[in-house]
Design a protein. Structure first.
Lengths: 295, 357
């Protein structure tokens, strides 16, 4: 095996992993505050990308204006989802809340391509196509910049948990009833978490849209994001960063090493294998808090 | 009016545990069964293949999934993979010359073994994690089927299903296939109905409500969860065999993708978690709503010139599934079965208010 090829795959894999991790960070954010895994995160990323495309191409705004605008709209949509759907699931069995997000995922996957057309949409975020050549390895410029933006956003969300609002969210994730009793508005905190998570999804959706075009397949990011969220620990944002790099690396190297042996396609299944292995060996993930159930 | 409860007195536990507490229910079920038996002789073949057969088969599948999700409270997002294992296993066995009756049972067993192996792996975790573990299982089984040529017959291949004989009767024409599918459906329905009255069913209900509490009263929750996975996967495997031999007659991996699992989950939720009747309602709604909607849209386009784009029309089913799952969870979490129950309870007291409840 060629070392420089492996190195190239590894470097690009790290950036891909960081971009996956941005979707996963949204899942973790919602899980941390409300204890629900959002299976609609992939569809939210897709919706966000469509929003950016609407603002950018249909309305004709420049991308530096269109993307933030899409993020603001998605913040609202995320908060509305919490207000009108998830809030009514409080006190219901967990299975219902999960299925509700699953239903949302399916609906969005039909709604967006249905209304705006199923063909692949191009979105240009102003990154030139030419790769960066470093010694004898090529780095995809879109992946590099996307990975760095994702990294910055995840670090920002780690820092966010030290702000006043972040402390409130940590309190909510720790104990909802106790938070209520000291005057924290729990519902509002959860709604903000949904909004922020939708913003993260939008950023990821725009970045991925720039790499592979915008269509329904963006919602498939869900599986990779779930793998990262579970491997890192569902309630740990730093875990997402580590797991993202791991998943990206493994996936990228596997396409280089395993695919020639079995004839391709290992990319799709690796995330599932990672989910299953993590659940078998260490269900709470690398950095997650072990879940103790009190009866 | 119909549902007269007057005069029903339980004098023993045995009578309270009866399958049909209202005499009218027994009559209703018998009438429905009679209609299902006679209908294919009356209606056009198109309706038989297009509506009746898929409804019977998918209802059976929904019963199997509902047994796990509603009966034992274990979420499963990979039931399509279970059905695929049953379909492929039985098809391959018949192709090498095993009699269909044995191949079908073996297909069920193969599904049960793989399904409960994944179940055992997944049972360390629960709720949310179980959802993800079964989702992962769906992807892995899909991957294995596609990438092992010995199973799928190579890359994008479609595997032809040989004609089968059941007890000496050739399952070649649609009518016989339908009756066979109906027989399997009735058998599964009777099984699921009666499990609820047995100690097994009560143990599952205890596990569903709270597994630790079940363990405290002496129910081995791990064992019963695993058994639930086993039974439900076995039913899934049987359905897979029926599906392959009676309905599809040629199988390819993309018939059993995640979309199928999602449809099945939608059937269970729309119909009503844990309800036998609901499985039938849910299968009917999920199967026929997109068809009806499509026809309605087509009629609108033709008669009023109210056109919608081809893209939107192609995505209407997805929109509908998602909308129905969300709508039912938000408005009537217990599904169509609960709506039926409400109507029935209304009639129980309406014209005959004096009837004791």
């Amino acid at each position: 095996m060629d070392t420089s090829l492996l190195l190239e795959l590894a470097v690009n894999g790290v950036f891909i992993g960081l971009m996956y991790a941005l979707v996963a960070a949204g899942i973790v954010l919602i899980y941390k505050t409300s204890g629900i895994a959002n299976l609609a995160q992939g569809a939210l990323a897709m919706t966000g990308a469509y929003m950016a495309w609407i603002a950018g191409t249909l309305v004709g705004l420049p991308i530096w204006l269109a993307a933030p605008l899409a993020a603001i709209v998605m913040f609202g949509i995320g908060a509305l989802i919490e207000r009108f759907a998830m809030r009514r699931m409080i006190g219901q069995p967990l299975i219902m809340a999960i299925m509700l997000t699953m239903g949302l995922e399916i609906m969005l996957r039909g709604l967006m391509p249905g209304i705006f057309g199923a063909s692949v949409k191009k979105i240009d975020i102003g990154i030139p196509n030419a790769p960066i050549i470093l010694g004898d390895i090529l780095i995809n410029r879109t992946l590099l910049i996307g990975g760095l933006i994702s990294f910055a956003m995840i670090v920002a969300s780690i820092l966010f948990f030290n702000s006043r609002l972040g402390v409130i969210m940590r309190a909510v994730s720790d104990d909802q009833t106790a938070s209520w009793s000291v005057g924290i508005r729990v519902e509002r905190a959860i709604a903000i978490a949904w909004g922020l998570s939708a913003v993260m999804a939008t950023t990821a959706g725009v970045l991925w849209g720039a790499t592979q075009g915008i269509d329904w397949s963006l919602s498939l990011l869900l599986i990779k994001a779930l793998a990262i969220a579970i491997l890192g620990g569902l309630d740990s944002i730093p875990g997402v960063l580590i797991a993202g790099v791991v998943v990206g690396l493994v996936e990228s190297l596997a396409t280089g090493i395993i695919d020639p042996m079995i004839g391709g396609g290992s990319r799709e299944v690796l995330a599932s294998v990672i989910i299953l292995l993590t659940l078998l060996v260490r269900p709470h993930g690398l950095l997650g808090r072990e879940h103790i159930e009190r009866v | 009016m119909f549902y007269r409860r007057a005069g029903i007195r339980y004098t023993s536990y045995r009578s309270e545990r009866r399958l049909w507490r209202l005499p009218f229910d027994r009559g209703l079920v018998a009438a429905v069964l009679a209609v299902l038996l006679v209908l294919p002789l009356v209606v056009d073949r198109l309706y038989l293949v297009g509506y009746l057969m898929p409804w019977v088969i998918w209802s059976t599948a929904a019963l199997g999934l509902n047994f796990l999700m509603g009966g034992a409270g274990q979420i499963h997002l990979g039931y399509g993979a279970i059905i695929a294992i049953g379909a492929y296993a039985s098809t391959h066995l018949v192709r090498v010359g095993v009699p269909f009756e044995i191949a079908m049972i073996a297909g069920g067993l193969a599904s049960a073994i793989v399904g409960s192996a994944f179940g055992a792996a997944a049972l360390r975790v629960k709720g949310l994690y179980l959802a993800m573990a079964t989702l992962a299982m769906q992807q892995i089984v899909d991957f294995v089927i596609i990438h092992v040529p010995a199973i799928s017959g190579g890359g994008q291949a479609t595997l032809r299903v040989p004609a089968a004989r059941v007890l000496g009767i050739e399952l070649s024409d649609d009518l016989r296939s339908y009756y066979f599918a109906l027989a399997v459906g009735v058998a599964v329905t009777l099984f699921v109905l009666n499990v609820g009255r047995s100690s097994f069913g009560r143990a599952l209900a205890a596990v569903r409500e709270k597994d630790y509490a079940a363990a405290v009263i002496g129910v081995d929750s791990f064992k019963f969860k695993l058994l639930a996975f086993w039974v439900s996967s076995f039913i899934g495997g049987l359905v897979g065999a029926v599906l392959a031999f009676c309905y599809y007659r040629a199988i390819s991996p993309d018939q059993f993708h995640l979309d199928l699992s999602i449809q099945l989950v939608a059937m269970v939720i729309v119909g009503g978690l844990g309800s036998v009747l609901g499985s039938f309602f849910g299968a009917a709604l999920i199967l026929f709503a997109p068809i009806l909607l499509n026809q309605a849209v087509g009629a609108l386009t033709n008669n009023f010139g109210f056109g919608i784009s081809a893209d939107l029309r192609a995505h209407l089913p997805l929109l509908l599934y998602g909308g129905m799952i969300m709508g039912f969870l938000l408005i009537e979490p217990l599904g169509l079965a609960k709506i039926y129950d409400n109507i029935r309870n209304y009639f129980v007291v309406w014209p005959f208010r004096h009837a004791p409840r």
